[in-house]
Design a protein around this ligand. Structure first.
Ligand SMILES: Nc1ncnc2c1ncn2[C@@H]1O[C@H](COP(=O)(O)OP(=O)(O)OP(=O)(O)O)[C@@H](O)[C@H]1O
Length: 234
C-alpha cells in the first residue's frame, strides 16, 4: 500500500476577534511513499496551513488526516508530540539553528530523541558538510546553514520531510544547490518530501504539483516527465 497520507475534506478556520477566516475550505489529496510533492499558490492561499496540519503543528477544524491508516485528528497531545518528534522533519525559510551548538551538535540534538535516527556524521557527509561539522552557525553561509537544517530534519529518518519556502532566503545558485540536495535525499532515502513555495519554476522537479487557491485545491498535476534541478531555469 503506497498511499500513506490522505487529507479528506480538511477545513481550517481561524477567528481573529469576531471575524472568522477560512484558511482551508475542503482539501483532499493523497501522498504516496517516496513522492516529491510541490504545493504552489499565491500568498494567503493556504499552503503553510496545509503543511502545519500535515506536520501535526496545527489542527484541522473538520475533516480527516489519515497517516499510516490512522486518523491523526483523533490523536491526543502525547501522540501528536511523538508524531512531530519522530515522523516529521521540518525545514523552514530561516534555518533556526541553535547558535551555541556546532553544526554537528545541532543535528545530534535533534536525532537523539528519535528511536530510528540515522548517524548524524554520515548525514553531514551526505549534505556535503563533512569539513564544517565543528563550525557554529554564525561561521556558516546561508546555504550551508540550510544544509545543516536539512541534515537535522533528515537525521530523524522521518516518514515525511516538510519544507516551507526552503530557498526563500537564498540566492538562485545556492537555492538550486539546496533543491538538488533535496532531490538526492528523496531518491537515496525514499523520504516523502512536501515543499511549499510560491515559485512556480520549482514545479517541474516534483512528482506531483498541488496548486492551491483561496483555501481550495485548484489542480493536482502528476508529472510524468519530471526534470532534474539542473534543467530548471528561473
Ligand atoms: N494563526 C493564524 N491566525 C489567523 N489567520 C491565519 C493564521 N494562519 C494563517 N491565517 C490565515 O489563513 C490564510 C492562509 O494562510 P497561509 O499562511 O496558509 O497562506 P500561504 O499560502 O502559506 O501564504 P504565504 O505564501 O504568504 O506564506 C491567510 O488568509 C492567513 O491570513
Amino acid at each position: 500500500m503506497n498511499e500513506f497520507i490522505e487529507f479528506r475534506k480538511v477545513t481550517k478556520q481561524y477567528t481573529i476577534g469576531e471575524v472568522p477566516v477560512t484558511a482551508l475550505d475542503g482539501i483532499d489529496f493523497t501522498l504516496t511513499k517516496g513522492e516529491f510533492v510541490v504545493i504552489l499558490g499565491a500568498s494567503g492561499a493556504g499552503k503553510s496551513t496545509i503543511l502545519n496540519i500535515l506536520g501535526g503543528m496545527d489542527t484541522a477544524t473538520s475533516g480527516q488526516i489519515i497517516v499510516g491508516g490512522q486518523d491523526i485528528t483523533r490523536w491526543n497531545d502525547k501522540q501528536l508530540t511523538q508524531y512531530r518528534a519522530e515522523q516529521v522533519g521540518f525545514v523552514f525559510q530561516f534555518y533556526n539553528l541553535i547558535p551555541n551548538l556546532t553544526a554537528l551538535e545541532n543535528v545530534e540534538f535533534a536525532a537523539e530523541v528519535c528511536r530510528n535516527h540515522l548517524d548524524p556524521r554520515e548525514i553531514m557527509d551526505r549534505v556535503g558538510l563533512k569539513e564544517r561539522i565543528n563550525h557554529f552557525p554564525s561561521q556558516l553561509s546561508g546555504g550551508e546553514q540550510q544544509r545543516v537544517a536539512i541534515a537535522r530534519a533528515v537525521a530523524k529518518n522521518p516518514l515525511l520531510l516538510l519544507c516551507d519556502e526552503p530557498t526563500g532566503a537564498l540566492d538562485d545558485r545556492t537555492g538550486k544547490a539546496v533543491l538538488k540536495l533535496l532531490e538526492e535525499l528523496n531518491k537515496q532515502l525514499n523520504t516523502c518530501i512536501v515543499l511549499v513555495t510560491h515559485n512556480a519554476a520549482i514545479a517541474p522537479m516534483a512528482d506531483t504539483i498541488i496548486k492551491v487557491k483561496s483555501g481550495k485545491i485548484e489542480r493536482i498535476t502528476r508529472n510524468d516527465r519530471k526534470l532534474s534541478v539542473e534543467g530548471i531555469e528561473w
